[in-house]
Design a binder for this molecule. Sequence first.
Ligand code: GAR
Length: 207
Amino acid sequence: MKRIAVLVSGGGTNLQALIDAQKSGLITNGEIVSVISSNPDAFALKRAADNNIKTTVLNRNDYSSNREYSKALTKELKEDNIDLIVLAGFMTILTEDFINEFENKIINIHPALIPSFCGEGFYGLHVHEKALDYGVKVSGATVHFVNEECDGGPIILQKAVEILPEDTAESLQKRIMEECEWKLLPQAVNLFCNDKLEVIGRKVNIK
Ligand code: GAR
């Protein structure tokens, strides 16, 4: 059984999708044993507590640098013998040391079709504003392994939705969450937990 930690900063709807998938048997061979938030007020913490999952707050403001923050995070994850780290709306940049320490064990969900509308500064609603401003006809979500390049790691799964003429950033965000993110993330976690993901260079082979 793989031990999963979910890192959050906000509402935690992706965390909820993982909890629901675990309960309904869509995720096998894995268990969420820890939820860590960079924000003490994140609603995600309540979702975890309601489901008897251990919660930890590591407030970025309590640390002098990303390096010190990543060190504290590493300690916490090692103590819990974590096999898989899921970034589910986690808004803090991690150091290269952290990423190397957990190579091919960190996955992230991004609300766009990478390599579009990603990288530093592209998070949350802002991503959808940029996609609408650009005038793309499809957008979606991507689950990928995390490497040293922001949103640049090997892609595990992607799913697209069509953009409607009446879309606002809010309506697009909602549709991408419902139709893409909440489905893709549990699928990717299940594949990882069942050793179905093989990383070969930039590519992920699903066995
Ligand atoms: C999600 O849409 C996630 O894809 C996005 O933040 C939201 C978190 O929502 N992540 C990023 O933008 C990362 N660059 P949630 O807290 O309800 O899961």
